[in-house]
Design a protein around this ligand. Structure first.
Ligand SMILES: *[C@@H]1O[C@H](CO)[C@@H](O)[C@H](O)[C@H]1NC(C)=O
Ligand SMILES: *[C@@H]1O[C@H](CO)[C@@H](O)[C@H](O)[C@H]1NC(C)=O
Length: 189
């Protein structure tokens, strides 16, 4: 039973990914936006040299796709069918090409994607590339704002100083304040 399960799981993972893919991942600044450029870059990356290390060598293909954490990457990985109008991404944890969970392309204004397309045609939907760049930029800005030590220190110093000043003034003026309160109580009903 367990052996059957393990065999089954091995078959599933063999169908989706090739271990060598992880070694071919590199971060890039931009991805091809035409078939011609995709072919040229594919030729340069030469995924065929790794194909013999895979169970299904013919499925190992050049990809330039989005990655949720890195941005854009080039990788030699098994070609997948991308369904439901999502952008194509490479998942590092699963070591496979898949539809992006968070970024859809069926509703892009220009070059929107169909409900089904092969992952090797990701270049047809370049807005996916722009999208991930923007998302990563925004995430970086947000984390900068929430954890900038310089700004926080300065702000807390100012607060601290203000508090001290206030205390000093308050203590010096305690009799005046008490008197004012007493007078106010007497004057106001
Ligand atoms: C997708 O979006 C959800 C909710 O906005 C977020 O928690 C999650 O980290 C995102 N996943 C990726 C891979 O960016
Ligand atoms: C497309 O739809 C998704 C939700 O289904 C939304 O999060 C996204 O902002 C939309 N994109 C555009 C370009 O309208």
């Amino acid at each position: 039973m367990v052996a059957t399960l393990i065999t089954f799981l091995t078959m599933v993972s063999a169908a989706d990914s090739c271990p060598v893919s992880t070694k071919t991942v590199i971060k890039v600044e931009r991805c091809p936006k035409t078939e011609k450029e995709w072919m040229e870059r594919a030729k340069r990356k030469n995924c065929e040299t790794y194909a013999s290390l895979c169970d299904e060598p013919v499925k190992l293909k050049y990809h330039c796709v989005i990655n949720a954490f890195v941005g854009l990457i080039e990788v030699c990985a098994y070609e997948q069918a991308i369904v439901n109008g999502h952008c194509t991404e490479y998942s590092k944890s699963g070591n496979l090409i898949q539809g992006s969970q968070n970024i859809t392309c069926y509703n892009f204004t220009n070059n929107y994607c169909p409900l089904y397309y092969p992952s090797t045609e990701a270049y047809k939907y370049p807005e996916c590339y722009e999208h991930i760049k923007k998302m990563i930029q925004e995430a970086a800005q947000n984390s900068e704002e929430s954890s900038s030590p310089l700004v926080q220190t300065t702000a807390s110093n100012i607060l601290h100083e203000k508090k001290e000043n206030k205390c000093g003034i308050n203590i010096a003026n305690v009799p005046v304040i008490v008197l004012s309160v007493v007078i106010a109580r007497k004057i106001l009903p």
